[in-house]
Design a protein around this ligand. Structure first.
Ligand SMILES: Nc1ncnc2c1ncn2[C@@H]1O[C@H](COP(=O)(O)OP(=O)(O)O)[C@@H](O)[C@H]1O
Ligand SMILES: CC(=O)OP(=O)(O)O
Ligand SMILES: [Mg+2]
Length: 364
C-alpha cells in the first residue's frame, strides 16, 4: 500500500511516502504554516505520485488506544485538545482538514502519540490530585512521542534479536522525553498531561515546581496566557540562552565560550539524566537504552556527554561506535547495558498503523 505520512513536529514537518513498509521518498521542511504545508504536500504528490491513503501524526488523541479514520467530527474532537499541545495539535488539525479538502477521495488516518502510552500502570499515570479531579481519568499522564517509542522498541528487539526487552527510549528532538518500556509496552514516561512535562526542551521548560508557577501568577509577573506562551515558546534552551533553542546553535554558542550556553547545556543534561534515572525504576532490569530523534541522530558528541554522567547505571559509550552512522550499537561490547542510536522512523509507524486500520476497515 502507498501511504503518504505527515508528521508535524514542533520544529519541522516530516513528509514521507511509504510503500509496503519502506520509505521511497522523504523530505523534512522547517516548521511552517499549515497553508504552505498543504501546498508543499500537493507538490510532493505531483512529484511522487498519488498515494492510496494519508496518515497524519497527532500528538494528542485523548484516551484513544489506536488510530482512527478522520472525519469532520473526529477533527472537531481533536481540535478541542489543542490547548493541551499548542505547538502540535492545531497544525495537525489544520493539515488534516486541508488535505481532506484538497484530496476528498483519499482516506486520511489519524495516528496518536498518546496511544502507545494508553496502558500505563495507574501508579505512573495518576497525579496526586483530589479524587474529584481524577475520577473521570482525564486529568492524568498521557505521554507523547509514542510513535517514535513504538518504532524504537520494535527496532531494539530486532537489533538484539530478543523478545521481552526491558529498555528506555530517549527521544531527543525539539521535544524531549524518556520512556520505560517492558516487552513493547510503555510503563512510565516523562511527558504528562501535556508535552510540557519532564526534560528540558528546545523552547519548552519541562517540569517546573507548580509552586513557582502559582507564585508568578499570584504576584502578577505573568497571567495565564503569557505564562503559557513563556513555558511553550520562550523557555528551555531558547529561554536560557536567547538562541532559537536549536542545539546546533546552542552548541556553537557554547563552543564560542558563552556562559549562558554552558549553563543551559549543563541544565539540559542534568535534567535528562534525572529523567533517565527515574524511568529505570519502572523496570526489573535494564537491557538497552535507545537514543533517537534529531539530536541523537546529529549530535552524537552530546549523547556521549550525557552518557558520561550515567556510569552509575552501567551506561557507557564507545567513541568509535558513537562516531558511526545509521542504526547502531554505541556502547562497548563489554558494557552491561547495550546502547543504540536509532533514526526516528515515525513515518514507518504511521504507515503501519494506517495500513492496519484500512485493511481492517476495508469492505470485504
Ligand atoms: N544537523 C542537524 N540537522 C537537524 N537537526 C539537528 C541537527 N543537529 C542537531 N539537530 C537537533 O535536532 C532537533 C530537531 O529534532 P527533530 O527530532 O527533527 O525535531 P522535531 O521535534 O521537530 O520532530 C533540532 O532542534 C536540533 O536541536
Ligand atoms: C511531542 C513532541 O514534543 O514532539 P516533537 O519532538 O516532534 O516536537
Ligand atoms: Mg519529532
Amino acid at each position: 500500500m502507498r501511504i503518504l505520512t505527515l508528521n508535524p513536529g514542533s520544529s519541522s514537518m516530516k513528509v514521507s511516502l511509504v510503500e509496503d513498509g519502506e520509505s521511497v521518498h522523504a523530505e523534512t521542511w522547517a516548521a511552517a504554516e499549515a497553508v504552505s504545508d498543504e501546498r508543499a504536500v500537493r507538490e510532493a504528490i505531483e512529484r511522487w505520485g498519488r498515494p492510496q491513503a494519508i496518515a497524519v501524526r497527532f500528538v494528542h488523541g485523548g484516551s484513544r488506544p489506536g488510530p482512527a479514520l478522520v472525519d469532520s467530527e473526529l477533527l472537531r474532537q481533536l481540535e478541542r485538545l489543542g490547548t493541551l499541545a499548542p505547538l502540535h495539535q492545531p497544525l495537525s488539525v489544520d493539515i488534516a482538514r486541508l488535505v481532506r479538502a484538497a484530496l476528498p477521495d483519499l482516506p486520511v488516518v489519524a495516528c496518536f502519540d498518546t496511544a502507545f502510552h494508553s496502558g500505563l500502570p495507574e501508579a505512573a499515570s495518576r497525579y496526586a490530585l483530589p479524587r474529584a479531579w481524577t475520577a473521570q481519568n482525564r486529568l492524568r499522564r498521557y505521554g507523547f512521542h509514542g510513535l517514535s517509542c513504538q518504532y524504537s522498541a520494535r527496532r531494539c528487539a530486532e537489533l538484539l534479536a530478543a523478545s521481552d526487552v526491558q529498555m528506555l527510549c530517549c527521544h531527543l528532538g525539539a521535544g524531549v522525553s524518556v520512556t520505560a518500556i517492558r516487552n513493547g509496552r510503555s510503563v512510565d514516561t516523562s511527558m504528562g498531561f501535556t508535552p510540557l512535562e519532564g526534560a528540558v526542551m528546545a523552547t519548552r521548560s519541562g517540569s517546573v515546581d507548580p509552586g513557582l508557577l502559582l507564585h508568578v501568577l499570584t504576584t502578577g509577573e505573568a497571567d495565564v496566557d503569557s505564562l503559557a506562551d513563556t513555558l511553550y515558546h520562550r523557555s528551555g534552551l531558547a529561554g536560557m540562552t536567547g538562541t532559537s533553542g536549536d542545539l546546533r546553535e546552542v552548541l556553537a554558542v557554547r563552543a564560542a565560550g558563552e556562559d549562558s550556553a554552558e549553563t543551559a547545556v549543563a541544565v539540559y543534561l542534568h535534567r535528562l539524566r534525572r529523567e533517565i534515572g527515574a524511568a529505570v525504576t519502572s523496570l526489573d532490569r535494564l537491557d538497552a537504552v535507545v537514543f533517537t530523534g534529531g539530536v541523537s541522530e546529529h549530535q552524537p558528541g552530546l549523547v556521549g556527554e550525557l552518557v558520561d554522567g550515567l556510569g552509575v547505571l552501567g551506561l557507557r559509550t564507545d567513541p568509535a561506535r558513537l562516531a558511526g552512522s545509521g542504526d547502531r550499537v554505541i556502547s562497548p561490547p563489554e558494557a552491561p547495558v547495550t546502547l543504540f542510536a536509532v533514526t526516528a522512523r515515525e513515518d514507518l509507524e504511521l504507515a503501519r498503523e494506517a495500513a492496519a486500520l484500512l485493511g481492517a476497515t476495508a469492505p470485504a
